[in-house]
Design a protein. Structure first.
Length: 476
């Protein structure tokens, strides 16, 4: 169902179009992804699992989990959460691996040379980190190409309707949705941004494989900054793969980007900032939130967000978790249970909630594939979200000329992502154009700002993670 009224957002929907799902017409709006349009039409099962043909809906909505893969115009394994619906398109649900038609399989591959693009700095990902990297590298004279797999730029910010905390320099009191636009508006003519353009591989001597309009391109860059963000963690419980179990970011994407309701009644799992903020945004969109469960004894979110939710009558149950999801083809309920201080379910405390949607907000992990492929030295630092590349203080990894910035370097927040992007962009530009006094002053300022941002109680986990990363580097 599409949202008709929202207290903050006005949905400017494109013109009506029709595409075909398993041969039946589906009405969509221009600018909607295939998966969002199918949701709006009440179609939640997009594919079936490889082994047991269990129904699969989508989970992440940002191209990172593969549960939305369908056959589109004869091409299998298309991530329908990223691809926009088009007039007359044929979309088919997919079981297992997916295959090309016999005719397509027999068709000889065209012999084409791979076109090449060259740039001073290639940035992968147009979230706050990537956009800041592009902005500052170009300000100091470098030519920059930004590659973004989504059709919109801004990364996670495109769906954050709440006002950000922090200082004025870091866009405090500005809504996330407006920050991305502000950053993009500052990019000058030395920056070229390619949307709908995933980076699918790294090759030695700083070369990237990039796909644009079904064509492969080789990008040769003097420096590369990877700012690919993070993906949502899954939680193990029976039926966690049913359509209707979403990551918190996916729910935000559906509601706040496409104006489509994920369900009517929701259970939120996780009372950190993201869980509590998204639970409130669900209420704003008209979804009933049955409860927020949190396994820890305390709420992780800022008090201001938690209090807002409580004032709306939503219970936040600490020391509780989800035991299982109910339903055969999609979520029809959830069983929650109390935990004792050994994290064990307390017998006799299970109860069933009447919900049609379950939202998981149980942490993020950095997107690390490109670093692994490039042969960067990696470290597993739990306080920073898991596997991250080892880097120096200016964020250059152990592969010369390859930088990391933002959530890909460790899970934090948009303010630090912007500062890290800026730092990587400045260092890359300085190494290409030469270290001037002005650029050094900028670098010093950014490093000081990062330190300030991570001072205080909320930066404790990050400081611990940084310390453990240093130990790991020194220990080798
Ligand atoms: C619900 C919620 C609330 C939040 N609230 C706040 C807040 O109040 N304050 C705050 O400071 N932070 C907040 N954050 C955190 C903040 O949004 C993230 O820390 C920040 O967006 C990270 O920026 P990034 O640029 O590193 O990654 P992202 O914003 O995730 O951007 C990464 C980009 O890379 C692209 N990409 C990934 N892989 C590829 C590839 N192979 N090829 C091309 N492109 C690729 C992605 O499509 C994406 O656009 C919140 C997050 C969430 C989910
Ligand atoms: S990849 Fe599309 S939902 Fe995860």
């Amino acid at each position: 169902m599409r949202i008709s009224e929202h207290p903050i957002l006005k949905f400017e929907r494109g013109k009506s179009i029709t595409f075909y799902f398993d041969g039946k017409p589906v009405q969509a709006r221009e600018g909607e992804t295939i998966a969002a349009a199918l949701h709006a039409a009440g179609i939640f099962t997009l594919s079936r699992s490889l082994e047991h043909q269990r129904p699969r809906g989508f989970f992440c909505a940002i191209g990172k989990c593969a549960s939305c893969m369908m056959e589109v115009d004869g091409i299998p394994n298309v991530k329908t959460c990223l691809v926009l619906a088009k007039e007359g398109m044929s979309v088919r649900s997919q079981t297992g691996w997916g295959r090309l038609s016999d005719t397509d399989q027999k068709r000889p591959l065209p012999r084409r040379t791979i076109p090449e693009l060259e740039t001073d700095v290639a940035v992968v990902g147009a979230g706050p980190a990537g956009l800041s990297a592009a902005l500052y590298a170009s300000r100091f004279g470098a030519g920059v190409m930004v590659f973004e797999e989504n059709s919109r730029i801004g990364g996670q910010l495109i769906k954050q309707t709440h006002m950000f905390f922090g200082s004025k320099e870091h866009y405090a009191k500005v809504r996330g949705i407006d920050i991305g636009a502000k950053l993009a508006g500052q990019l000058g003519e030395k920056v070229e941004v390619y949307t709908d353009t995933p980076v699918v591989g790294y090759y030695k001597h700083n070369q990237l494989a990039v796909i644009k309009d079904h064509r492969l391109f080789r990008v040769k860059a003097k420096k590369i900054i990877i700012a690919t963000g993070a993906s949502e963690n899954m939680l193990a419980f029976p039926n966690n793969d049913l359509p209707g179990v979403y990551g918190a970011g996916a729910v935000q994407t559906l509601m706040n980007v496409y104006g489509v309701l994920p369900g009517k009644r929701m259970l939120m799992v996780g009372a950190g900032n993201i869980g509590v903020i998204v639970a409130y945004q669900l209420l704003q969109a008209g979804v009933d939130v049955a409860a927020v469960v949190e396994a820890l004894p305390t709420i992780g979110a800022y008090q201001v967000h938690a209090s807002k939710l409580r004032r709306c009558g939503v219970p936040i149950l600490t020391r509780h978790t989800i035991e299982r999801a109910l339903g055969k083809t999609q979520v029809e309920g959830a069983v929650i249970v109390k935990l004792d201080d050994q994290w064990k379910p307390v017998p006799g405390t299970s109860r069933t909630l009447d919900v049609d949607t379950i939202c998981l907000s149980v942490g993020l992990k950095p997107t690390s594939e490109i670093f692994v492929q490039a042969g960067c030295r990696m470290a597993n630092i739990s306080e920073l979200g898991g596997e991250i590349p080892v880097r120096n203080k200016h964020l250059e990894t152990t592969v010369e000329g390859l930088y990391v910035a933002g959530d890909a370097s460790g899970i934090e927040e948009a303010s630090s992502a912007m500062l890290e992007g800026r730092l990587a962009g400045l260092d890359a530009a300085a190494k290409l154009m030469g270290f001037s006094r002005e650029i050094q002053k900028e670098i010093d300022h950014v490093m000081e700002s990062l330190k300030e941002l991570r001072a205080g109680p909320f930066g404790e986990k990050i400081r611990e993670g940084e310390k453990n990363l240093e130990k790991e580097i020194l220990g080798s």
